[in-house]
Design a protein around this ligand. Structure first.
Ligand code: GDP
Ligand code: MG
Length: 606
């Protein structure tokens, strides 16, 4: 396939605006998949179970299709991108292999927060953007109004906007024509030195690492000897082909083509996203790569039964082979035993991983409260802390800890104007600064849409922010954020003591302004879930040496042995024996016996 007959593109959109549905329609119209009237929403590209259940795309997938226009046959390569804020890294790596992007906007909901972020990502890469209004079949569609929004926010000419319904198929042929007519073909030299850009990889038990590449220059064939610019390691191509939509072997991959390769790569860590592959012996200039994904949310993951640890270990190893953006580290806790500390791109990413762990590996796990990475600045060095246990007990400028910094994000929220006030309140409750807003439309009947921007500490949005945002805007608000560096902050480490002994797995890092509230809430919860003991147990929340909150668990009155009278020694012994058995399942902290379920209760309600 000559370069000028190839088009590489992505579909970019806010979640639920119809990306997967449109992808299915394009694959059908080009005969790549069969139309099955019984299942209108096949969503071929969303492969993971959790993606189907939640209706989101987590891992970007790629498919090639052939499109006939007049006498000409074109090869269209669709590179699917995930639709959630946590996965913006995957978005940017998929866009790097494209020359154009279809910007899909729901004609009834209008421009949303992620429409903005994906639009900017595509524009930064200089891609040709084809604006499309989807769901025009809905009676609630307001095409003119949404086009006015697209004009005022993106500067898009309303006459360039295509109208489609990915559901009914209306306008899809126009999309195919626009792809061919508006998106420039990739440039590349067939006679040039081989340069293949590696933008995704997966792991296959039999063939090892399968990489997705886009060929910039040169030709790649089976048996070719290639090398990585990044690691300098050498490989031989054992198989290659295109995704159509499943793997279809071909004889070669030409410049501008996107396809898969298998070489004798055994370790998934050898496939570096953003790497350039070249022919052994040729010197080439590597293409600009990517910043590696940065883990921003950390949590401890432990097996419910400590004997399950080897299983958990195996499951985590296998899952991280398919999701390389998870940072993995062994850790152990007095309360929970052996486990792992995992780092995720965001809290949705964490939930998705946890659900995959539970679904695909049947793992019973306890997940500790999520934390963000803090910077602890000492006189002579700066340390990153992602586990509350490692946080200094006292932050005091007169002591050797100079200050603590926390990650900050720049947030944008798009919402109908009547909810603007409520959204501002929500942001202020979460320590927002630099709050600003603008209106996205200047006229029109009905409610105007407004965009609120502010900075927020990342720690404030990892837990329940998104749920609150949705419920307090009746589901209308959309939200996105971007990294905005670190900022000095007044943070403290809160410990919980049972019978005066700290429980490491419960340690928290909180802002000083929230210490009273947090301390009280948690002490109450602990009081509720911890079973009474034979003696009185104080439960305390402490910061440094200060006790923030306290509850007392009263002693269990009835002594189990009291009812057994003196002479029946044997029965008494038997009873104690039974108790011993039961105690094996308990964790013992500060002479307090805690069933593992209590931890599960505490941690899962966080
Ligand atoms: P994605 O999150 O962008 O991949 O969105 P999906 O393709 O999963 O679509 C989200 C929802 O919108 C699904 O329930 C689709 O059936 C529905 N949908 C997609 N396109 C259309 C359309 O053109 N018209 C209508 N009425 N519904 C659509
Ligand atoms: Mg989807």
């Amino acid at each position: 396939f000559p370069c000028h007959k190839i088009r590489n593109f992505s579909i970019i959109a806010h979640i639920d605006h119809g990306k997967s549905t449109l992808a299915d329609r394009l694959l059908e119209m080009t005969g790549t998949i069969k139309t099955d009237s019984r299942s209108v929403n096949q969503q071929v590209l969303d492969k993971l179970k959790v993606e189907r259940e939640r209706g989101i795309t987590v891992k970007a997938q790629t498919a090639s299709m052939f499109y006939q226009q007049n006498e000409l046959r074109f090869l269209l390569n669709l590179i699917d991108t995930p639709g959630h804020v946590d996965f913006s890294w995957e978005v940017s790596r998929s866009l790097a292999a494209c020359q154009g992007a279809l910007l899909l906007v729901d004609a009834s909901r209008g421009v949303q927060a992620q429409s903005l972020s994906v639009f900017h990502a595509a524009r930064e890469r200089g891609l040709t953007i084809i604006p499309i209004l989807n769901k025009v079949d809905l009676s609630t569609a307001q095409p003119d109004r949404v086009k006015a929004q697209m004009h005022s926010i993106f500067g898009i000419d309303p006459t360039d906007v295509l109208h489609i319904s990915a559901k009914t198929g209306e306008g899809i042929s126009g999309v195919l024509r626009a792809i061919v007519e508006r998106i420039p073909p990739p440039s590349g030299e067939i006679t040039g030195r081989l340069k293949a850009f590696l933008f995704d990889s997966s792991y296959d038990r039999y063939r090892g690492v399968i990489s997705l590449v886009s060929i910039q220059d040169g030709v790649l064939r089976k048996g070719d000897k290639i090398a990585s610019c990044h690691t300098r390691k050498k490989y031989e191509i054992t198989e290659l082909g295109i995704m159509h939509p499943e793997e279809v072997p071909t004889a070669q991959l030409l410049p501008g083509q996107v396809g898969y390769i298998a070489c004798n790569m055994r370790q998934s860590s050898e496939a570096h996203i953003g790497d350039t592959l070249h022919r052994v012996g040729d010197a080439v200039e590597p293409m600009p790569g990517f910043q590696p994904a940065k883990a921003m949310v950390f949590a401890g993951i432990y097996p419910l039964e400590s004997s399950d640890f080897p299983n958990l270990e195996e499951s985590i190893k296998r899952l991280t082979l398919t999701d390389r953006s998870v940072a993995v580290q062994r850790e152990s806790s007095v309360a929970l035993g052996q486990g792992y500390r995992l780092g995720f791109l965001g809290s949705l990413h964490m939930d998705v991983f946890r659900q995959r762990l539970e679904d695909e590996y049947d793992a019973n796990i306890v997940v500790t409260a999520p934390t963000v990475p803090y910077k602890v600045v000492y006189k002579d060095r700066t340390v990153m802390v992602s586990n509350p246990t490692d946080f200094p007990d006292v932050v005091d400028t007169s002591a050797h800890v100079c200050e603590v910094q926390e990650p900050i994000v720049k947030a944008s929220i798009i919402v109908p104007e009547e909810y603007l006030g409520e959204m501002m309140v929500l942001c202020f409750e979460h320590r927002a600064e630099d709050v600003d807003h603008q209106y996205l439309e200047t006229s029109g009947e009905g409610s105007n849409r407004a965009m609120l921007t502010c900075t927020l500490p990342l720690s404030e949005i990892v837990a329940h922010f998104f749920d609150k945002l949705k419920s307090r805007s009746s589901g209308f608000a959309s939200f996105d954020y971007d990294d905005a560096g670190y900022k000095q902050s007044s943070l403290v480490k809160m410990m919980f003591l049972l019978n005066n002994k700290p429980v490491d797995a419960l340690a928290l890092i909180v802002h000083r302004s929230a210490e009273q509230r947090t301390g009280r809430v948690w002490v109450k919860k602990l009081h509720k879930v911890i079973p009474r003991q034979l003696f009185e147990v104080p439960i305390q929340a402490v910061v440094g040496k200060r006790v923030i909150a306290r509850e007392t668990l009263s002693a269990l009155r009835a002594d189990v042995t009291a009812g057994l009278y003196g002479g029946h020694y044997e029965r008494k012994m038997k009873h104690l024996e039974n108790q011993k058995e039961a105690k094996r399942k308990l964790k013992r902290i500060g002479r307090v016996d805690l069933p593992q379920e209590a931890f599960f209760d505490i941690l899962s309600t966080r």
